[in-house]
Ligand binder design. Structure first.
Ligand code: AGP
Length: 611
């Protein structure tokens, strides 16, 4: 959450580069944005409330400068106002900072600074950072002042700082992601050994795609590290040096070339990323199955040997884990523990070096999962990451990685990553059962069925249903077995983009309370299996129908109880994967019909890097 972008290099269009980079980070936060361009001895600051995508840099009076920083915000402390937008300046105007994360002790720091005469103008926690740096500058050079200021901050953060009279960019990380891109990297200088890199320009961003148009040579800033970028003594290029934030010692750093194709993150002919990503599921399931079998078998062994495996994830990824609990039970006859990332700390008493942690995350940057990793490391628990973003913090901290291979997912609502994660966990369950080949067959068949049914006509059918229910106040989703977590996931999808109140239940639970919510025409989406449990779920559907509910059946077979039938193929244990796809489409069409932007839902952000 919150996107950071910074540039120092040989081009004089730093402001424009920062705006363009921020537009690629908009999914991280989109309530307001701002940039700081470094001019001789001062900054030019531009801040606005609203989306960076609506901002035309050609119409703004951007400066001619080679150094600028910018930020697209997802508010944590302080409302959505121009004053609270980043960058924030120290009260003496010498330091500008953009920040992602939370300064947990901002109150105490603010009071201490106020006693020294510092005047605060925003309600943000961030504003203490430039002021802490400015205070440290009295006795230290700029990078040391940043380092000493960073040591005073409690919480997860990353930030980038500028000084009004120096051609220097300093960034620090402790918890939230920051990646350094080096344009025209000069490898002869052997950055790995000397903790140093040289290039014609440096980018710093919260995510790689933001600068991928310029360079794919990157260095990942790790927790408790900082980078200092300055002009080389010869003056013809720039140096990036990496340091330990605690000791100030230089740290070895590798520059790696990454393979992400910049073009893949574009919308193409689709109106929205969400729709494009839903349709990409024609290919992504097959790609997810393309796992290194040795790794898969290794993880299966780890699960078998573990004295308790915990599968963790947040939001949608948490629902994928919950579906895995059913899949492992039915396919592998194996119990796994499932818990949301934010709840994992409650399980500390059960963790031993024999425990296994399997983390599922699209972004690989979710703070609640990273916090769980901290506990796991402390308890010597082995970790497996099922992660979509290669090189992300979770990917780099895991003992073993099963890559999701879904490609860049830009829409805030997860779709193709969800089904790819489900496919991998299903395959893993088969591997634990010693039936890898059978698993591959079942999932390959599902992938080919998806390729078949996911077409514009199918989408148009979902749009017709969306038209009928677009004005309802509430809707409910039910399922049994692995379809129960899919009902929860369906509800998340509907909530986050349509803003209609939606809730998921285990089918048999309705009659224990939620049935009281059903009124005439309340939509009920039911995942109705073709065979086993069909009868049970249909009984629950009948109970709703008898009370006037409008039944939308998602099933391989039609039934007289359905007011609307959404046909899905009958694909055995891969059923949760095919069941969720039409609901993703339904949620998408509802969002568009209700004039919501499905790619950037209100109040949310793609990557949740705060606790
Ligand atoms: C998905 O539609 C949601 N936007 C959200 O629940 C998401 O799945 C969750 O924040 C976890 O993200 P991650 O997969 O990147 O860890």
């Amino acid at each position: 959450m919150c996107g950071i972008f910074a540039y120092l290099g040989d081009k004089k269009t730093a402001g424009k580069l920062v705006v363009e980079g921020l537009k690629k980070l908009e999914y991280r936060g989109y309530d307001s944005f701002g940039i700081a361009e470094k001019l001789p001895n001062k900054f030019q600051i531009i801040k606005k409330v609203g989306k960076i995508s609506d901002f035309d840099p050609n119409k703004a009076k951007l400066a001619s400068t080679n150094l600028a920083i910018g930020h697209t915000r997802w508010a944590t402390h302080g409302g959505v106002t121009k004053l609270n937008a980043h960058p924030h300046l120290s009260s003496n105007g010498k330091i500008a900072v953009v920040h992602n994360g939370i300064v947990e002790n901002h109150d105490a720091l603010r009071k201490a600074l106020q006693k020294k005469g510092v005047k605060f103008i925003s309600q943000t926690d961030t504003e203490v950072i430039p002021n802490l740096i400015a205070a440290e500058l009295e006795k230290n050079d700029f990078p040391t002042a940043v380092r000493k200021a960073a040591k005073k901050i409690k919480g997860r953060y990353s930030f980038v700082a500028l000084k009004h009279d120096e051609e220097t960019l300093v960034a620090a990380r402790n918890g939230s992601p920051l990646i350094v891109g080096v344009e025209k990297f000069y490898p002869k200088n052997d950055g790995e050994r000397h903790g140093k890199a040289d290039g014609s320009a440096f980018f710093i961003a919260s995510d790689v795609p933001a600068f991928l148009a310029y360079t794919s040579d990157v260095s990942y800033l790790d927790d408790e590290q900082m980078v200092v970028i300055t002009r080389s003594p010869l003056g013809d290029h720039f140096h990036g040096r990496f340091f330990n934030l605690n000791t100030g010692e230089a740290v070895p750093k590798r520059i790696v070339s990454i393979e992400l194709a910049a073009g893949k993150a574009e919308k193409g002919s689709f109106e929205h990323f969400m729709l494009k990503e839903i349709f990409e599921q024609k290919e992504t399931i097959a790609k997810a199955l393309n796992q290194d079998e040795k790794q898969l078998k290794l993880v299966a062994q780890m699960i078998k040997k573990a004295y308790g495996s915990f599968f963790i994830g947040c939001g949608t990824a948490g629902k994928v884990c919950a579906a895995a609990e059913y899949l492992f039970a039915s396919i592998a006859k194996k119990h796994i523990n499932v818990i949301f990332g934010s709840e994992f700390d409650t399980q500390e008493a059960f963790l031993t070096p024999k425990t296994l942690l399997v983390a599922v995350s699209q972004s690989g940057e979710t703070a609640d999962v990273l916090e769980a990793y901290k506990i796991a490391k402390k308890k010597k628990v082995k970790t497996v990451g099922v992660v979509n973003v290669a090189g992300s913090s979770i990917a780099r901290s895991s003992d073993v990685i099963l890559p999701v291979n879904a490609g860049v997912e830009k829409a805030v609502a997860s779709t193709k990553a969800t089904t790819a994660q489900l496919a991998i966990l299903t395959l893993l369950a088969y591997t634990v059962a010693g039936k890898l080949e059978e698993g591959k067959r079942v999932l390959a068949e599902a992938a080919s069925q998806i390729n078949d049914f996911l077409n514009p006509r199918y989408s148009a059918h979902l749009k017709t249903i969306a038209e009928k229910i677009k004005n309802v106040e509430s809707m409910y989703v039910i399922g049994k077995g692995a379809d129960f977590p899919m009902a929860l996931e369906a509800a998340i999808k509907l909530q986050e983009v349509s803003y209609i109140h939606a809730e998921g239940f285990a089918a048999g639970e309705l009659k224990h309370g939620p049935l009281a919510l059903i009124e005439k025409n309340t939509p009920l989406i039911a995942f109705v299996p073709a065979e086993r449990f069909r009868h049970d779920v249909l009984s629950n559907v009948a109970e709703v129908k008898a009370r006037g509910g409008m039944i939308i059946g998602v099933s391989p077979k039609n039934d007289a109880l359905f007011d609307e039938w959404i046909r899905v193929p009958n694909v055995d244990t891969a059923q949760p994967i095919v069941n969720i796809i039409p609901i993703q489409l339904l949620a998408y069409h509802l969002a568009v019909l209700r004039k919501n932007n499905p790619d950037l839902p209100r109040n949310l952000a793609k990557s949740v890097t705060v606790k």
